[in-house]
Design a protein around this ligand. Structure first.
Ligand code: RFL
Ligand code: PHB
Length: 383
């Protein structure tokens, strides 16, 4: 098989790239190791930055997001059993976020791809990638491409095709994880609540007017068997308690534990291979940045490839890595900062707790500090 752009991975990065290329008349083939049902069921991100929303809309895949997504203009930071609103839109000249699940984004993109009748091969894992020759091997054959987009997530195979000698890796593991639930109950909050508590962080989020998405800080290797539903609700109630407010409970539809890490590899390109999204970088989820960064990478990659196919000009391909890494490192910093401000380090070091309180008081009383948080949270226009 031969194509212009071979895309490995049908997550948000690979599917969005394919759509942007299709709109510009550039051919692509997507290889995805899992089934369609699996890709459409993975519960993950929920917060779309303004720039992500604009891009999906311009790409012609924003119809359902516009109808069903929930526009939010603020978030709340909770500490010492009090909530403090960060008015995102007031602080950013009217920008906002949209609550619309990653599962829904992925479903919309898959539907659009299949409607266009373009190749999206499920249950087809890439096994080996040759970055110099532009070849992707999979069990039944090989795909010959001008360019390979490695959009195969953190555990994919593309990153391994970068030569070890030129690769630099940066990483940090955190001594905690998140236990997340999806519950069939109307959210008890109007805006997301990020709660600092001495028993650990908690996050109240949502997916729709009837679906709540809640998280509690836990050990990175937490055993879900030790968390019957009642214990989860009890812990959520304790960590998010404020006077005069009740957390409504409902049937838990899904439970999972996620470890947390920060990771960046540099450069994002070798010869014909370009990495995008989680294949190249990971952020802890506290800043809600992972999906948005993945979309930003492929926006840059699409622009570079469109320029190349229109005029033979490779300059944007040559600067792709550097351009993306500027935003990647800004988001790495913001995600690390949100994470370390809000999570309790095992052992409850009193020095750490005082620093966190001081920072939380500062962010919720200084307009300049709140503005910095808001700008990063809704997504910086330029980095
Ligand atoms: P994905 O989504 O991991 O997709 C990669 C795809 O590649 C496939 N694959 C292969 N295909 C072919 N051959 C191979 N050898 C392959 N190996 C793998 C995989 O099956 C998969 O389909 O990466 P992508 O596209 O870069 O997207 C990144 C996002 O998924 C990720 O950053 C976010 O989910 C992170 N994240 C959040 N991001 C946000 O922007 N806002 C949030 O609110 C947010 N919350 C979260 C999150 C991630 C979480 N978890 C579970 C890690 C909350 C959580 C709990
Ligand atoms: C989510 O709704 O899944 C979510 C929201 C905000 C985050 C992370 C995850 O920071």
């Amino acid at each position: 098989m031969r194509t212009q752009v071979g895309i490995v991975g049908a997550g948000p990065a690979g599917l969005t790239l394919a759509r942007l290329l299709e709109n510009a008349g550039i051919e692509s083939v997507i290889l995805e190791s899992r089934s369609r049902a699996y890709c459409e069921a993975r519960v993950r991100a929920g917060v779309l930055e303004q720039g992500t929303v604009d891009l999906l809309r311009e790409a012609g895949v924003g119809g359902r997001m516009d109808a069903e997504g929930l526009v939010h203009h603020g978030i709340e930071l909770q500490f010492d059993a009090e909530r403090h609103r960060v008015p995102l839109s007031d602080l950013t000249g009217g920008r906002s976020i949209v609550i619309y699940g990653q599962t829904e984004v992925v479903k919309d993109l898959i539907a659009a791809r299949l409607d266009s009748g373009l190749p999206l091969l499920f249950d087809t894992p890439a096994e080996r990638v040759d970055a110099e020759r532009g070849i992707v091997r999979y069990p039944d054959g090989e795909l010959q491409c001008d360019v390979i987009a490695g959009c195969d997530g953190f555990h994919g195979c593309c990153r391994g095709a970068l030569p070890a000698g030129t690769l630099r890796e940066f990483s940090r593991e955190y001594p905690y994880g998140w236990l997340g639930i999806l519950a069939s109950v109307a959210p008890s909050i109007d805006e997301l609540v990020y709660a600092h508590h001495q028993r650990g962080f908690a996050l109240l989020s949502l997916r729709s007017p009837t679906l709540s998405r809640y998280y509690i800080q836990c050990a990175p290797d937490e055993d879900l068997g030790r968390w019957p539903d009642e214990r989860i609700w009890e812990e959520l109630r304790t960590r998010t308690a404020v006077d005069g407010w009740t957390l409504e409970e409902g049937p838990i539809l899904e439970k999972g534990v996620t470890g947390m890490r920060s990771y960046v590899c540099e450069p994002l390109r070798h010869e014909r291979l370009f990495l995008a999204g989680d294949a190249a970088h990971i952020v802890p989820p506290t800043g809600a940045k992972g999906l948005n960064l993945a979309i930003h990478d492929v926006r840059m990659l699409a622009e570079a490839l469109i320029r190349f196919y229109e005029s033979g000009d490779k300059s944007l391909m040559d600067t792709y890595s550097e351009t993306c890494l500027r935003r990647v490192w800004r988001c790495e910093h913001f995600s690390w900062w949100m994470t370390t401000m809000l999570h309790v380090t095992p052992g409850n070091d009193p020095f750490d707790l005082e620093l966190q309180h001081s920072q939380l008081r500062y962010v919720t009383t200084s307009r300049a500090q709140a503005k910095a948080l808001a700008e990063n949270y809704v997504g910086l226009e330029t980095v």
